[in-house]
Design a binder for this molecule. Sequence first.
Ligand code: MN
Ligand code: ZN
Length: 338
Amino acid sequence: MTAVVVEKPHQLRIGESRAETPGAGEVLVRVRRAGICGSDIHIFHGTNPFAKYPRVIGHEFAGEIAAVGPGVPGFSLGDRVVVDPVVACGHCYPCRVGRPNVCANLEVMGVHRDGGFRDHLVVPAANAVAVGDLPFEVAAMAEPFSIAANVLERTGGAQATDTVLIYGAGMIGLTVLLAARLEGARCIVTDIDDARLARAAELGAARVINARRESVPEAMKTENDGLGPSLVIEAAGAPGLIDEATRVASPAGRIGLLGFTAEPTPTVQQEIVKKELTIAGSRLNRRLLPRVVVWFKTRRIDPRGLVTQVFPAADAQAAFDLIARDPGSTMKVQLSFE
Ligand code: MN
Ligand code: ZN
């Protein structure tokens, strides 16, 4: 029985995980597969502002129902589920208006409370999403894709008429690319890493731009009848991109921000007003895992190509070492809990 614990920054420990009894409104999940995310790496390195230690990390995990608490309809033992890690109070203003991902009392599993890198954990039944017969490897990819679903929902969705510019060809940028392509939008991806850009091209980017060699604002002058992209998604997290996004966006364009940079960056308000831009921040997801599960079940999106390595959970240290040593060789690294 295995639990991956960050004891304190830079110290990973493989601990014990025991099956607990779910209370009212809860289910016990036997975790089978879990993905390692950039935020897990940040907690390991002590650079996540929300983490407290020691912490069982992991917020991208799927498994099966091992016990059902009193008063929980709809689940049977053995049902396959993916867990939405966003736990909200249900009472505050954002919760009341359907935005639990920015709950005033937000707790994210694996960040604010112990997460899913362990064989067993009890979660609120409302956070368990049935996945039918999806393989655990696929189901565990639902949370990263929910980030894409959320930012597209916040910016009106990517339509066939859209030209979409995505900053960043990391895991999040690629999930945005796959989700934005669903309705046939033209997608352009920019990054500073050629290997990542090659992956974006393989996944259907109509155009890739290495921002080290080519000016993105200059390149955007030929897009969308010369007006620039109608939708810009910032998934690189570099300060200053909000300003560039307002300059390259088409009039009536939308901008979705995912990067969690704390650095102040100058922007020109006139640009936003003149073009009537809509700028939306996007954090985590507002109960959108069911939507992603449909994408996977109908095979409109197959996330398997993004899973580059799988390690037994007991070898989590080796997985973290690989991501630190050779990040270019990894996209999504998963842990298996057999
Ligand atoms: Mn994640
Ligand atoms: Zn709340």
